[in-house]
Design a protein around this ligand. Structure first.
Ligand code: FDA
Length: 309
């Protein structure tokens, strides 16, 4: 119930505008967002790197409706890639296709615009020996995202990958399709509202599918990201490694900034690779609402902070 409620709120344009412009909203969002500028995000990335944690930087934004906004997003990512290179950070970038104009109608817009922008960013990353991860959004974008990743990978092998969501029935086939080409994936459970004809409605089934796909991913020979804070699943993978099922360098754990910092550090101490997803920027509202949807306790945190202000 709460999950659906917050996911529905995450797409409310009026609430988004109000929240992103309010000082209380900005303060509360800092629970999951590293700051508003590239410099702030780079400082967070540097600190994480010192602890042995790799980073992926997300310049927040999604569902843009004007070409100029998509071009601004592109410029923000160009600066971010430049900053990563200049500071020698152990970091790559994660971006969303709807941030790059995927939904905009008209000539020179839509998927063609998104592919041009992302292609230019992947080219920049390739020059720096870096990597662009295309995040996965709602299932209406899955096929287009997989196809675009395949085309860009053919041009820039090793420099682009995408995300697959364990809640979707189609993911097992998508995984095989991408692994056959050597394309790196991040496996997550999935953060959007999906109908039962596309996604497992029961959390227990999503978790079971996650474990099944995770074992396939870490034995595929293609380096992959295991993105979860689910300690039971993390433990299962650690036991799988200890029993010789795979090696620690076949994958990296990935977690979100501000969530389960204790677990991130424990895994690093145990010799696992860990990467933290660090979002930054002023357009934090939809990302923040999805984090509330994932864990009702976060709503209590929000309420407490609201009344403190
Ligand atoms: P689950 O939701 O079962 O939570 C397990 C435990 O983790 C909870 O009991 C709690 O302790 C902790 N936890 C989880 N979420 C929390 C939160 N918000 N606040 C506090 N604690 C929390 N999704 C997507 O659709 N497309 C994408 O591209 C990505 N990308 C992505 C990158 C990375 C690095 C991560 C970690 C996740 C994503 N996701 C995503 C989000 C993902 O789909 C999923 O919604 C969240 O990771 C929550 O699922 P868990 O696997 O953590 O398990």
């Amino acid at each position: 119930m709460l999950r659906s409620f917050f996911i529905a709120l995450s797409t409310n344009a009026a609430l988004r505008k109000f929240s992103e412009s309010s000082s209380v909203g900005r303060r509360v969002s800092r629970r999951f967002v590293a700051g508003t500028t590239v410099a702030e995000a780079a400082a967070v990335a540097e600190a994480l790197n010192h602890e042995g944690i790799a980073v992926t930087l997300d310049c927040l934004g999604e569902s843009v409706l004007q070409v100029s906004q998509a071009e601004e997003s592109a410029a923000a990512y160009q600066r971010t890639l430049f900053e990563i290179h200049a500071r020698g950070l152990n970091a790559n970038v994660s971006l969303k296709l709807t941030q790059m104009g995927m939904d905009i109608g008209g000539p020179g817009a839509g998927p063609a615009l998104a592919e041009r922008i992302v292609g230019e960013l992947v080219a920049q990353a390739a020059t720096d020996n870096n990597f662009v991860r295309i995040d996965m959004e709602g299932s209406q974008y899955t096929e287009a995202t997989v196809q675009m990743t395949e085309r860009l990978y053919a041009q820039y092998p090793g420099c682009v990958g995408t995300v697959l969501q364990a809640y979707l029935y189609r993911t097992e086939a998508d995984m095989e399709r991408l692994f056959a080409k050597g394309i790196r994936i991040r496996l997550c459970k999935g953060a959007y509202k999906e109908d039962a004809d596309k996604a497992f409605p029961e959390k227990a089934h999503v978790d079971a599918n996650y474990v099944k796909l995770m074992k396939r991913a870490v034995t595929s020979g293609v380096y992959c990201g295991i993105a979860t804070h689910d300690e039971a699943i993390v433990d299962q993978l650690c036991r799988f490694v200890e029993s010789g099922g795979t090696s620690k360098d076949a994958f990296e754990f990935q977690m979100l900034y501000g969530i389960r910092r204790d677990l991130q550090r424990k895994l690093v101490q145990q010799g696992y690779r860990v990467r933290v997803y660090v979002p930054f920027g002023t357009e934090w509202y939809p990302y923040f609402m999805r984090r509330l949807a994932e864990r009702p306790a976060n709503v209590l945190f929000l309420i407490k902070n609201f009344f403190r202000s």
